[in-house]
Design a protein around this ligand. Structure first.
Ligand code: ACO
Ligand code: LMR
Length: 264
């Protein structure tokens, strides 16, 4: 009989062998005819399905709203310093991207994980926060360096407004907001941040689209698809910062000594 040599890799998301490439079975021509946007490409290449318009629009909103948050945040700072050291565009980009993690931009997956578990178990939000405190874990998706109760994050407000209008259910968002209601009693900066809002709303989106089984939603959470959204979005801003520094011909960066506390 025929013997199939073992392949080097297995791939399930695209095919470039035919006359035109396909993303999960959908050809480039079909995508262009359907006026496909970045959300459609993410739907096919990450989630392996065609998502409805309200979902792809939501994904695009996340990308646009998270593209940049000024030059002072960790990622932009690293990119700016790297650009000023005369490095190439890709080095500038990755040095910024490498700061994305549990404290900065990379809390979306963990926020989705913890909010899902707590909400699915009908855990009282106050008890959830106290449980996290006992475990010594900061609630992912809660807290911000400059945003607070009286200086709300516009991105969070805009995403919530869209979801309330277009999503069939906002159960997880409502849970996250109850968590915020409790944490705000502890400190004014313990707001639901943009990572937490996206994490909760993605749970709502995937659970309500009707195309994801409970096991598939769990897989998204377990594998950790969602930090990718921040990485993708913020790359736009980081590239902008790198080009900006190069355009401005900024010199090598060095901290002034008085910005450092030298101590023993
Ligand atoms: N859950 C519970 N308590 C918290 C949380 C949280 N998420 N964040 C801060 N606190 C508490 C701290 O324990 C601390 O209390 P303590 O003084 O009794 O120890 C107090 O609030 C102040 O903590 P700081 O570290 O000074 O807060 P800071 O403003 O520096 O932290 C940060 C901001 C890093 C975002 C923090 O809130 C956090 O780690 N949040 C969870 C991770 C997260 O969601 N990151 C994404 C932020 S949004 C973005 O990056 C796009
Ligand atoms: C961001 O989007 O970079 C942030 O919310 C973090 C910050 O401190 O502004």
């Amino acid at each position: 009989g025929k013997v199939r040599a073992p392949t080097h890799i297995v791939s399930t998301i695209c095919d470039d062998r035919g006359e035109e490439p396909t993303y999960c079975g959908v050809s480039m021509s079909e995508l262009m005819e359907a006026d496909a946007n970045v959300g459609d490409a993410i739907g096919l290449l990450w989630f392996k399905r065609r998502l409805p318009r309200y979902a792809t629009k939501f994904i695009e909103m996340c990308v646009v709203l998270c593209a940049d948050h000024g030059p002072c945040v960790s990622g932009a700072h690293n990119t700016i310093v790297t650009a000023r050291a005369g490095k190439d565009l890709i080095s500038c980009l990755v040095s910024g991207l490498l700061t994305i993690g549990p404290r900065f931009g990379g809390a979306i997956d963990d926020a989705a994980r913890y909010f899902k578990q707590a909400c699915d178990q009908d855990q009282d939000p106050d008890e959830f926060v106290e449980m996290m405190k006992r475990r010594g874990i900061r609630v992912p998706g809660i807290g911000h360096r400059i945003k607070s109760k009286d200086n709300r994050d516009k991105r969070v407000e805009l995403l919530q407004r869209y979801a309330r209008k277009h999503f069939p259910s906002t159960r997880y968002l409502d849970y996250a907001i109850s968590v915020e209601g409790y944490t705000l009693q502890k400190a004014a900066n313990l707001v639901l941040n943009v990572d937490g809002c996206i994490g909760a709303l993605f749970l709502d989106l995937l659970s309500s689209v009707g195309m994801f089984t409970a096991a598939e939603v769990q897989e998204v959470v377990d594998v950790g698809y969602l930090n990718g959204l921040f990485v993708l979005a913020r790359s736009i801003g980081l590239i902008g910062h790198a080009l900006d520094q190069k355009r401005l011909q900024q010199p090598l960066f060095r901290y002034p000594w008085d910005e450092v506390l030298y101590t023993k």
